[in-house]
Design a protein around this ligand. Structure first.
Ligand SMILES: NC(=O)c1ccc[n+]([C@@H]2O[C@H](COP(=O)([O-])OP(=O)(O)OC[C@H]3O[C@@H](n4cnc5c(N)ncnc54)[C@H](OP(=O)(O)O)[C@@H]3O)[C@@H](O)[C@H]2O)c1
Length: 320
């Protein structure tokens, strides 16, 4: 079962970081990667994160569909992983799964990303000797696909949670699905939080120094990141963690431009594992927590693991 991972440029300089042989007229197409008997590609549409979110939705969706049909018709791909903001502009992947001329499967990869994000939160608390029941959690993008599943998993474990989004009505819908001590807000009220998870479709950095409590931990799942290297440099007390990075077995010759060797995004890992497991099904829209647990089992089976915490690819191992 062949897979394709579909992404886009993170910023204007992204093209320069890609291998020349991946660059074609209207599409980025990698060489074929091999995982045991399972093969696949990385594809990229030529729009930056800002263009993805600011261009008319129909224009962006057409580019996504063109890339997916190319993968289906020219590369024999059967399953597409919607990377970065391609999920946000396709109503969680549901729009693509409904297209009649695409007959393959779609997975946003957010289930395993949620699992790995929750593992990263637990690892970070252990590293800094903090207890969840004594800590305040903030989730930015709390009713998004990842944000909702992270909220369902973590809110009940923390002393209090601050759930942040842009739309009141969506925050109300989220409230009905959760148990525990929490508040919802449309303000970026992260300053009280000991640990922050970001999972937004905001196309650039969002958190400034003024949004961060002393010694705050930020698990930054968003791509593009919501916390910049500049703020990290200014605030040596805070710890930013790359959300959704996993390690994969050294036997696979897979590498992603700009990522440390041996690491990939958990959303990519989910679809590679689904293809290795030959599961012909869609995983779009809200996350099914049963499926999330299945992705964790796949991680154990196929050797994809969160072995260490990193910040912009550099290992974090210092205690404060
Ligand atoms: N690291 C990884 O391995 C990995 C894997 C998958 C995804 N991701 C990243 O994770 C992020 C979330 O993905 P997703 O699939 O969950 O997307 P999603 O379902 O579209 O959710 C994103 C949410 O962010 C909210 N949002 C956007 N701007 C905001 C702001 N300024 N303040 C507060 N909330 C804001 C949106 O609210 P509205 O609906 O009101 O606009 C939306 O609910 C994306 O950046 C994606 O690239 C990372």
């Amino acid at each position: 079962m062949k897979f394709a991972i579909l992404g886009h440029f993170i910023d204007e300089n992204h093209l320069e970081r890609l291998p020349k042989e991946w660059i074609h007229d209207n599409l980025i197409v990698s060489q074929e990667f091999n995982f045991n008997e399972t093969n696949g590609y990385i594809l990229g549409i030529m729009l930056t994160a800002k263009q993805m979110m600011n261009y008319p939705k129909e224009t962006v969706r057409q580019k996504i569909l063109d890339a997916v049909l190319f993968a289906q018709n020219e590369l024999d791909v059967e399953i597409i992983q919607l990377g970065a903001l391609t999920t946000s502009v396709t109503t969680g992947g549901r729009w693509l799964a409904e297209q009649k001329n695409y007959t393959g499967f779609v997975n946003h990869g957010d289930s395993y990303t949620t699992a790995v994000t929750c593992q990263a939160v637990e690892k970070a608390l252990n590293l800094f000797e903090k207890k969840s029941f004594e800590s305040i959690l903030a989730i930015v993008g709390a009713y998004g696909i990842i944000g909702e599943a992270v909220s369902k998993t973590l809110v009940s474990q923390f002393s209090h949670s601050i759930l942040i989004g842009r739309r009141e009505e969506k925050l109300e819908e989220l409230t009905a699905k959760l148990k525990g001590s929490f508040e919802t807000t449309v303000d970026l009220k992260t300053k009280d939080a000991d640990i922050i998870v970001t999972a937004t479709s905001h196309p650039k950095a969002l958190l400034g120094s003024e949004h961060l409590k002393e010694n705050a931990i930020v698990v930054d799942v968003s791509q593009p990141p919501n916390l910049s290297q500049e703020v990290c440099q200014k605030r040596s007390d805070i710890c930013r963690i790359d959300g959704g990075y996993v390690d994969y077995p050294a036997k696979y010759s897979f590498s992603i431009p700009g990522m440390p060797v041996g690491k990939c995004f958990s959303c990519m890992a989910e679809v590679i594992m689904q293809a290795m497991d030959k599961q012909r099904e869609n995983h779009v829209g809200s996350i099914d927590l049963e499926h999330l647990r299945k992705t964790e089992k796949w991680g154990e089976k196929y050797g994809f693991n969160l072995n260490e915490l990193t910040n912009f690819g550099k290992t974090i191992n210092l205690r404060r």
